[in-house]
Design a protein around this ligand. Structure first.
Ligand code: UFG
Length: 332
């Protein structure tokens, strides 16, 4: 029987993936506390639970929070996550993604909170030696963002050995799409991710989309990525949570759809879904981008029974378009 009615601290619950997680936890009958400093998150994306404004790197806030709530598990979504930005501002990434996470883990150890679910990334692998990528693939990140996530994974393994802190690190490939309600979705400022940018170009909010690199060793010369729906990601966290609460050991899992689409294919699908022509400008490669990232997610399917609902990029883009159009109408 899955555990119910636990109290989960969602750090970064006002962000894109965190807000979908909060929604799913509440639907799953869990009590939720959201800690978010709103530096990149948005208050209106928090659709339930108790909101504690604050920073995960603030020891006092964490001590108050863990003293006043009986937290059963922590989910950590509060990292900076832009590969390109991390190349230019590495210390920003090291400070938030590593140093602040140490403060969080330290507080968990002090308050004897033993379960942790960590948002890791495909960027820990670097340039793949083989596709699809399995979890045992060597981890040689090619950018500071990936370095920070790998450092935390290593820290978690050490915390497990020393403090019996059990964790699941989920290595997301490209999170995409939005909840079917159209009430929450991707909302970054500035936006850097492919699908929201493509949709902005489709709706006329941008003149065009720049395609970063057309000379990659792929079928059409553009980068290939594995897009996975945000609610499927959230569902994987629920399974990981149940496993940890039932006494499972620590684990690392990939989360992807096992299918790859090139940048040009994404644009083509988005044109079909939206019915709008999307103007394209070819641009140089973006630093730090591997040519192809496609996951094998067999491990989590086998061990935790993960069954992603979305296996079609068109449906993922459609859900993002639904959010995009509702959000634009609300702002108009
Ligand atoms: N791209 C463009 N034009 C744009 C934006 C993106 O051509 O305007 C291209 C990128 O160069 C890349 C692809 O579209 O080839 C996808 O880019 P995203 O920025 O949407 O996503 P990334 O693959 O760079 O990164 C995402 C997450 C990371 C994670 C990574 C793992 O943001 O946190 O997936 O696959 F590490």
């Amino acid at each position: 029987m899955p555990n119910k009615k636990k109290t989960i601290l969602v750090v970064g619950g006002a962000g894109y993936i965190g807000s979908h997680m909060v929604r799913k936890l509440i639907r799953g009958n869990h009590a939720v506390v959201v800690l978010d400093n709103l530096s990149t998150g948005n208050r209106k994306l928090i659709q339930g639970g108790e909101f504690v404004p604050g920073d995960l790197g603030d020891r006092k806030t964490l001590d108050q929070l863990f003293s006043s709530h009986a937290i059963d598990a922590v989910m950590h979504f509060a990292a900076f996550s832009q590969v390109g930005e991390s190349m230019h501002h590495p210390l920003k990434y090291y400070r938030n993604n590593i140093a602040a996470t140490i403060t969080l883990l330290d507080a968990m150890v002090r308050h004897s909170v033993k379960h942790f679910i960590f948002s890791s990334t495909a960027a820990v692998y670097g340039e793949p030696e083989a596709i699809p990528i399995i979890e045992d693939h060597p981890c040689i990140p090619t950018n500071p963002y990936g370095n920070t996530k790998l450092a935390v994974e290593r820290m978690l393994a050490d915390c497990d050995a020393a403090h019996d802190l059990k964790y699941v690190a989920l290595r997301y490939f490209n999170a995409a799409g939005a909840d079917g309600s159209g009430e929450i979705g991707e909302m970054h400022d500035p936006e850097t991710h492919l699908i929201p940018i493509v949709l902005q170009a489709a709706s006329g909010q941008r003149d065009h989309i720049q395609v970063f690199g057309t000379d990659y060793p792929t079928t059409d010369g553009t980068c290939i990525r594995d897009y996975v729906h945000v609610n499927d990601l959230a569902q994987a966290h629920l399974l990981a949570l149940d496993a940890l609460l039932e006494g499972a050991g620590s684990a690392v899992y990939n989360l992807g759809s096992s299918k790859g689409y090139s940048v040009r294919e994404v644009i083509g699908k988005a044109e079909a879904v939206t019915g709008h022509k999307i103007p394209v400008m070819e641009a140089p490669r973006r630093a730090g981008d591997p040519a192809i990232l496609i996951a094998s997610s067999d491990r989590i399917k086998k061990e935790l029974g993960w069954k992603p609902v979305y296996d079609d990029l068109g449906a993922i883009i459609e859900s993002a378009w639904n959010w995009h159009t509702k959000e634009r109408a609300a702002r108009a």
